[in-house]
Design a protein around this ligand. Structure first.
Ligand code: WTA
Length: 648
């Protein structure tokens, strides 16, 4: 974020104190901050989950590896489903599901969910899945996605969910890295009125993933898809209602891997284990969303393919017995009021979404929300990227009717749970600030030298103590785990985000400080996009940087040198964008491509990314004295300016 923007941010003077009525009924009361780290997590470990065998040791911290709730035995699916049915809440709605096509709706109670999870778990067993079998899940936003995840958890089979927008290559890389032998997918998904060919893409991926020998395929759109005899099995033709006991799992058994972009071309398999993850997700969900399971209708409008979907559509809410809304499609299909129509229909009380979505609604205008009665809403949340104060205030006014507290929640795939957030009913919020560390979370801001900065200071966000849902490592790559998170400072987790702390001690998250971009709340690595570009036969060299974008937060700008020094055409530009989409997924398509005869390099031949960032941002250039050929930059600036003009 440019310095000037940061100063404007920190001069934000609007304050939103909690209303006495909200405070009086809130799950979080001020004393929560008085509990010690141990007291808080001990209490949460006992209150949020049901153990088959209780834990005997709260945590063990063998830096940089933590273990939590040692000795405990439990099953995540039992906690998220069966125990609610056993407690007499089988009739409570777990999901109000809304398909994208009009009038395509389903309601699943907890009893329905239990029956479906058992059926799917039995189907997986028939395909040879048992404790420890790695299973890939490549689906859209259908109830069967959480059902598949829970079926895996029931059997003790770790899963990796791959976002349905990822390409065959991305899917195959993840399946291979985890060693998956089974893939769960669907014929097609609906998106903006068109079918998305998930099975076809899965088939392409499986050609590169011979380790996957069985698939389970859900029929969603019903269009014909090729099925491979002996390998592919229809969801509706397999499984049974026969008893399927929940496998007792050790607290530290692997629950899932979720791949996320880092600063190299290869995504990292972030490992989350059973007990600590579930306690962390459920505890944060309980206090931050103030969930009252009997009366709330909670809607997290993320996709299950991302960590927000894992922790706050599936594991946290279901563990807490929540009634959730789940929606398959895009917010503007068939009309721009689709979300608000859904919120009104189910009487949503809590809405959790990303700033990019809020900015899109802002752009479309408040009249779409105004057509619907949103009086049921009582709490709003934001996640995934810094929220600009204008979007925050718009959300508060036009969606929250000026009565709903907003929780701006900072966290990561790696953290598994929200770590910095207001607590509704306690915290006075400021538009743009994620405010405070959650109870039991020891966050700080360090300067370059590793000293903690006080109020008014800025630097890097770090965590000094472990937390239950923290990643247990990067799958198969200990060295990278240590290098990425634990090498900048000794024994302190480095999140990769810049942050400031204001005079009141509130945190302001300023975005990534590494080569990770954040486009519409999705993490994309510059190097990953560069590798996809140089994979194209006409590309000699590519460098990628992000620029600020009013809608998507950041947008990807690629600087490309074509082979033989030829100049790029509009057709070539489109071809390269499509190539990136095919290699990674449409979310990674560069917004702009600047063709250049040469990229700026140091005399030792390293591409000067800092300069490219400045060019992409149209900022004054810093020191260029180390450049091998300074004229390259002038040329690029000219071309970059042309691109920007085209974009407008
Ligand atoms: C960014 C998403 C500012 C941050 C849950 C982090 C945020 C990255 C916020 C993780 C927020 C997430 N304010 N920035 N409230 N929430 N981020 O792994 O840069 O997809 O490091 O997890 O998103 O993205 P991830």
């Amino acid at each position: 974020m440019p310095d000037q923007a940061i100063d404007t941010l920190l001069s934000e003077e609007r304050r939103y104190p909690p209303s006495p009525a909200f405070a009086a009924q809130a799950n979080a009361q001020p004393e929560i901050y008085d509990l010690s780290f141990e007291e808080f997590w001990e209490q949460e470990g006992r209150e949020r989950v049901t153990w088959f065998e209780p834990f005997t040791e709260l945590y063990r911290w063998e830096r940089p590896y933590a273990q939590w709730y040692l000795g405990g035995k439990l099953n995540v699916a039992y906690n998220c489903v069966d125990r609610h049915v056993e407690a007499g809440n089988g009739d409570r709605v777990a999901f109000h599901w809304e398909g994208e096509p009009a009038d395509d709706r389903r309601t699943l109670t907890y009893a329905d969910l239990q029956a479906e999870v058992v059926r799917c778990a039995n189907a997986l067993k028939e395909l040879g899945v048992g404790k420890g079998t790695a299973v890939g899940i490549y689906m859209g936003m259908v109830p069967e996605a959480p059902i598949a995840m829970l079926a895996c958890a029931r059997l003790g089979a770790p899963h990796t969910v791959v976002f349905g927008g990822f390409s065959a290559d991305s899917l195959s890389d993840r399946l291979n890295d985890m060693g998956c032998t089974v893939l769960i997918t669907q014929d097609e998904a609906w998106r903006r009125g068109a079918p998305v060919p998930l099975k076809r893409t899965a088939d392409e991926a499986l050609a590169l993933s011979p380790g996957v020998t069985k698939t389970l395929v859900l029929r969603r759109t019903g269009n014909d898809v090729p099925m491979t005899e002996g390998r592919d099995h229809w969801w509706h033709e397999t499984g049974s209602e026969a008893d399927c006991p929940c496998e007792p799992m050790d607290a530290e058994d692997l629950l899932y891997l979720l791949y996320t972009s880092g600063t190299t071309a290869k995504p990292k398999g972030i490992a989350h284990t059973t007990a600590g993850y579930l306690v962390g997700a459920a505890s944060t969900h309980h206090y931050i969303f103030d969930l009252k399971p009997e009366t709330d209708v909670y809607w997290c409008a993320a996709d299950v393919g991302w960590v927000t979907g894992h922790s706050y559509i599936v594991y946290g809410p279901l563990c807490n017995g929540a009634t959730s809304v789940m929606y398959e499609g895009t917010p503007d299909y068939p009309d721009k009021d689709r979300w608000w129509e859904i919120a009104e229909r189910y009487g949503a009380t809590i809405l959790y979404t990303a700033p990019t979505a809020i900015r899109a609604h802002m752009k479309w205008g408040p009249e779409h929300a105004a057509k619907h009665d949103l009086a049921s809403l009582r709490l709003l949340g934001s996640v995934g990227e810094p929220i600009n104060p204008e979007a925050w205030v718009w959300y508060h006014e036009h969606i929250g009717g000026e009565r709903c507290p907003i929780v701006d929640t900072w966290w990561q795939t790696e953290t598994g749970m929200i770590l910095i957030t207001p607590l509704p009913g306690i915290t006075t919020t400021k538009p743009g600030s994620a405010t405070r560390p959650f109870p039991g979370v020891d966050a700080a801001i360090f300067n370059e030298q590793g000293e903690e900065v006080g109020p008014g200071g800025g630097g890097y966000l770090v965590l000094r103590k472990p937390w239950p849902a923290m990643l247990r490592g990067i799958y198969g790559d200990d060295a990278r785990y240590k290098e990425t998170y634990w090498s900048k400072y000794d024994d302190v987790y480095f999140a990769g985000d810049g942050a400031r702390i204001d005079a009141d001690g509130d945190y302001w998250l300023l975005g990534r400080v590494d080569d990770v971009m954040n486009v519409s709340g999705h993490r994309i690595s510059t190097i990953e996009v560069e590798s996809a570009l140089v994979d194209h036969h006409d590309v000699a060299e590519a460098a990628v940087a992000a620029r600020a974008d009013a809608l998507t937060g950041q947008a990807i700008v690629a600087f490309v040198t074509l082979k033989g020094g030829v100049d790029g055409s509009v057709e070539k530009l489109e071809e390269l964008r499509s190539h990136v989409a095919a290699k990674i997924g449409p979310i990674a398509k560069p917004a702009n491509i600047v063709f250049a005869p040469e990229l700026p390099k140091t005399r030792s031949g390293k591409i000067m990314r800092r300069l490219l960032r400045d060019i992409a941002e149209n900022k004054p250039l810093g020191d260029t004295t180390t450049l091998a050929d300074p004229s390259v930059v002038d040329e690029l600036r000219l071309r970059g300016a042309d691109e920007a003009a085209k974009d407008d």
